[in-house]
Design a binder for this molecule. Structure first.
Ligand code: NI
Length: 192
């Protein structure tokens, strides 16, 4: 089932998410719905708060980026992260043009470290501790931010953010063309 994606301005996106218990009711179905929702919107990552659930869950699938980025490793990069905990981020900052399904039509160059070490559970609740680099790390960092209540625009300097303010308010009000289902915090009902 395709779920509406929560738009910028909804308080759920600013909240730090809580841990998930093993045996969480409906978790498998929720993950399946999140994949369907993400693919429908042509995203490469989606975090639970983006569909209104304040729990430490995010999914990634960067296979669609493999050709564009000339990185065949991305073909297998499909993963579920439960109760993730970032252990280390290191290396010299690099810029990458980020976007977010909750903030359509805005893309900005964001600085982040290129190497990470992260601990997480997969959907069978097996514990993993892995290292990622480059675009894989980037996607994880973006999604990990979501479960910590941070958005990519929060990384911009105050001037850049001020320049985007109007556009961001328009997104919250639903004054935006978007070809997937969204839930806008400043409108009661969407007239499609
Ligand atoms: Ni995002």
């Amino acid at each position: 089932m395709i779920l509406p994606i929560v738009a910028y301005g909804d308080p759920v996106l600013k909240r730090k998410c809580g841990p998930i218990e093993k045996g969480h009711t409906g978790l498998g179905q929720l993950i399946e719905n999140m994949y369907e929702t993400m693919y429908n919107a042509n995203g490469v990552g989606l975090a639970a708060p983006q569909i209104g659930e304040s729990i430490r869950l995010f999914i990634v699938d960067a296979s669609a980026l493999a050709d564009e980025e000339e990185n065949q490793e991305l073909l297998d990069f499909r993963k579920v992260f439960i109760n993730a905990e970032m252990l280390e981020e290191e290396g010299e900052d690099w810029k990458f043009n980020e976007g977010c399904l909750s903030i359509p039509e805005i893309r900005e160059e964001i600085d982040r470290n290129p190497f990470i070490r992260i601990k997480y559970y997969d959907k069978e609740f097996n514990l993993h501790e892995d290292r990622f680099s480059g675009i894989q790390a980037r996607i994880i960092q973006h999604e990990y931010d979501h479960i910590e209540g941070t958005l990519f625009v929060d990384h911009l300097n105050p001037l850049k953010r001020r320049l985007l303010k109007r556009k961001l308010t328009d997104i919250s009000k639903g004054k935006i063309e978007v070809d997937y289902k969204m839930k806008f915090p400043l409108v009661k009902k969407r007239t499609a």
